[in-house]
Design a protein around this ligand. Structure first.
Ligand code: GLA
Length: 343
């Protein structure tokens, strides 16, 4: 059995998914592969080409969050959610930088789930792996990363409505390049700060109703200034995603870039998830000839900057392409069964 799941880069729409808002990621040509065979025992055993230690997860393991080494928690989360009937033994390898904001954990979860035989729609796969991520890491993440990895479409960005759970692919213009620049800054405090930001958004919703349907005048009525700023980011970010999708369809890349720069600014000032290093990198890229726009991507507090550029405008970073979603590459189990039947 071989399963592959891509990472993702988010072009625009951060910290909007967990209030049912809009995001626009794409699945990228860097990802995670799990190769192995079903085993007639009751444990999942995986070695990693990149990370230390072995994941040894009994099918009826306890709390995934307590498993060692830490990367094995994601495997344990998937085992807890998918509840496979058989053990599995294999190895995992990835071309993604780990923990840099390109959804290496989502890619691991999806590849493991498919290798363990998860059979469901891309949305069901994403929802199962979102639960796995939540139990593994204890972080109340939204659906974006897992759904982008599950529902990727070659050469298309994905406009995702995280409330309606619909995915609308929008073709990437040939004259646009997407470049990811790793700040190299380890993401510190991201888990606790993420949960705190989410609580602020929930406080805002308790006051003015769903942020996905709120406008800036409703936001202005929020009493607490910090909660108001967080809500203002979410409401304006949803508007920017809508405008970005329209501009991308119209191939107005200058407008797309301006919206990305505005998104970074809002994440910096209203949502306060940027860092001085990310600000400096984004500013440098936004001032570079041939760059339409650049912003931090993902949860923030370190990680990567994404830039939309003219072809070959940048000599730094990874040039990424939009690819199709997570898939079983080879199913030797069913080959073997078919082989047996025809023998
Ligand atoms: C992380 C989470 C996502 C999303 C982003 C911010 O990547 O896993 O669900 O909330 O942060 O947009």
């Amino acid at each position: 059995m071989e399963a592959f799941a891509p990472g993702r880069v988010n072009l625009i729409g951060d910290h909007t998914d967990y209030t049912g808002g809009l995001v626009m990621p794409m699945a990228i040509n860097m990802g995670t592969t799990v190769v192995g065979t079903r085993a007639d025992n009751s444990e999942v055993r995986l070695r990693s080409a990149e990370s230390e230690g072995e994941a040894v997860v009994p099918l009826n393991a306890g709390d995934p969050n307590a498993v060692e080494p830490p990367w094995a928690r994601y495997v344990a989360g998937v085992v807890a959610v998918v509840n496979p009937a058989h053990g599995f033994s294999g190895r995992v390898s990835t071309t993604l930088p780990i923990g840099a904001g390109l959804s290496s954990s989502a890619a691991l979860e999806l590849a493991v789930a498919l290798a363990l035989g998860f059979a469901g729609s891309p949305l069901e796969l994403a929802q199962a792996c979102q639960r796995a991520e939540q139990v593994a890491g204890g972080v109340p993440c939204g659906i974006m990363d897992q759904l982008a990895s599950a529902a990727g479409v070659e050469d298309h960005a994905l406009l995702i409505d995280c409330g309606a759970l619909t995915v609308t692919p929008v073709r990437m213009p040939d004259e646009a390049e997407v470049v990811v620049v790793n700040s190299g800054e380890a993401r510190r405090l991201v888990d606790s700060a993420y949960a705190e930001r989410r609580r602020s958004c929930e406080a805002a919703q308790a006051e003015i109703g769903p942020l996905a349907r709120a406008d800036t005048s409703a936001v202005g009525r929020i009493t607490d200034p910090v909660v108001r700023a967080r809500a203002r980011h979410v409401v304006t970010e949803n508007e920017r995603v809508r405008a970005f999708a329209a501009a991308l369809r119209a191939r107005d890349l200058a407008e797309c870039g301006a919206l990305m720069a505005a998104s970074h600014e809002s994440l910096r000032t209203d949502f306060e998830v940027s860092t001085p290093r990310l600000d400096q990198l984004a500013a440098e890229l936004n001032a570079t000839a041939g760059v339409f726009g650049a912003r931090l991507t993902g949860a923030g507090f370190g990680g990567c900057i994404v830039a939309l550029t003219q072809p070959e405008a940048l000599q730094v970073g990874w040039r990424v392409r939009a690819v199709s979603g997570a898939r079983v590459v080879e199913n030797t189990e069913s080959h073997r069964r078919r082989g047996k039947r025809s023998a």
